[in-house]
Design a protein around this ligand. Structure first.
Ligand SMILES: O=C([O-])CC(=O)C(=O)O
Ligand SMILES: [Mg+2]
Length: 229
């Protein structure tokens, strides 16, 4: 039986005000707020410093060494989307560079997460188009094999559905399930408020040992203090 390859047209998106809040919170806070879920493998690294984005996922499944389906995905992009790409077996080939990024940006994409390789990184940095990828590679790809757009994919060990929220910054990439995005934002805001008060106490010199009441735990775990003779 031949596999069925599809391009799914979907309007499933996270509301823009939720995405704005998630981007402000940042990837690590969002991950904590979602019960420590959604952390994409730290092997996927940003090619730039300082970018902080959140957008709805347009997902792409490509044959390794083949970027045909990224071209098909461009048409499905709406302003504010993040394009998330994987290959059906591991590949570090440079399947996206400044040309595809220019095309994606023209449709309103705000970034790309790539479980594969990227190239033209100097141009991408110059453009200010953020990419998180497993590799940087000069190795070119072809446009020859079928794949799919907007199906569930696995990227850096996380299942990502089309329309999920992708939050990415210098810490890495986090995915939040579409249906949890609003609740996670609320939890992230609470967490950030809570961190602000902790930060102030730590800046005043209070020890985490006292603030978190960790001394009894150390004792319970058998950690003893000894004075050097
Ligand atoms: O053209 C390609 O296959 C990938 C690339 O380098 C670009 O998008 O600029
Ligand atoms: Mg190129």
């Amino acid at each position: 039986m031949t596999a069925r390859h599809v391009v799914v047209r979907t309007s499933k998106r996270v509301p823009v005000e939720v995405l704005t809040g998630l981007a402000e919170a940042g990837a690590s806070a969002v991950h904590e707020a979602d019960g420590r879920r959604g952390a994409v493998s730290p092997d996927l690294r940003p090619i730039q410093a300082g970018a902080r984005i959140a957008g709805s996922a347009v997902t792409v499944s490509c044959h390794p060494g083949d970027n045909l389906m990224i071209h098909a995905a461009v048409e499905q992009v709406r302003p504010g989307d993040v394009v998330v790409v994987t290959t059906t077996s591991p590949s570090t080939d440079g399947m996206l560079g400044d040309l595809l990024a220019t095309s994606l940006r023209a449709r309103g994409a705000i970034g790309v997460v790539l479980d594969a390789g990227v190239r033209d990184v100097a141009e991408l940095r110059e453009m200010g188009f953020p990419v998180w990828s497993r590799a940087v590679s000069t190795q070119g790809t072809v446009k020859a094999s079928p794949g799919s757009v907007n199906i569930p994919i696995v990227v850096g060990g996380q299942v990502i559905h089309p329309g999920d929220a992708i939050v990415a910054d210098d810490d890495g990439v986090v995915v939040v399930a579409h249906e949890r995005a609003t609740d996670v934002l609320e939890a992230a805001r609470d967490r950030i408020a809570n961190e602000a008060s902790k930060r102030a106490r730590l800046a005043d010199g209070e020890l985490g040992l006292d603030m978190y009441r960790l001394r009894p735990l150390l004792a319970e775990l058998g950690v003893v203090y000894v004075d050097e003779p």
